[in-house]
Design a protein around this ligand. Sequence first.
Ligand SMILES: [Zn+2]
Length: 189
Amino acid sequence: MKKLLFITAMLTLLSPFAAWAMYKPMRVLAPSWVDGITCISSEICLEDKSQYKVAEHLYRNALGDVSQLVGLFKENPRVIFCSTENCYQSFGFKNSSATNVGTSGIVVSPRGWKAYYLRHEMIHHRQSEEFGVISSLFKPEWLIEGMTYSLSGDPRKRLSDRWQSDRDKFNHWIQSIGMDKLWEEAKKI
Ligand SMILES: [Zn+2]
């Protein structure tokens, strides 16, 4: 994901139009240009309009939970809800359940319509706001992924070894500093 963000940032700086044409994740910047995607508001875009109520419910709950836990969003994230793999892949993603691209947007796969997945990606958005999109790339994985796996309330007791070790390390760190110093201390790392 770090590589992806880096390429996105570089392409945007070089040429926004070329980035759009060449690099699929850039499409999160203007999802309504993507075939079959409708943006109902500046916050919610989706493939299957009949699912709007479900998407909005997920969005509002996750936004409220995440704001309460890690502070208010400077700008509410845009979330694109895909109902098919084809839609998810048209943004350049596959296999994962959902993906956040800096502060540009979040794309949710058909497998990712779950409160904790949305909270996970929204926390990544908050990290980009607090650290900066580029600086986030240089933070250690245990801080970036450990924070999201831990604070999203991911219900899986045991994650794969890599994410489990990130989550354990973050939990140990946050216990020693306390949630009220989360960003202040995280920025020093
Ligand atoms: Zn993540």
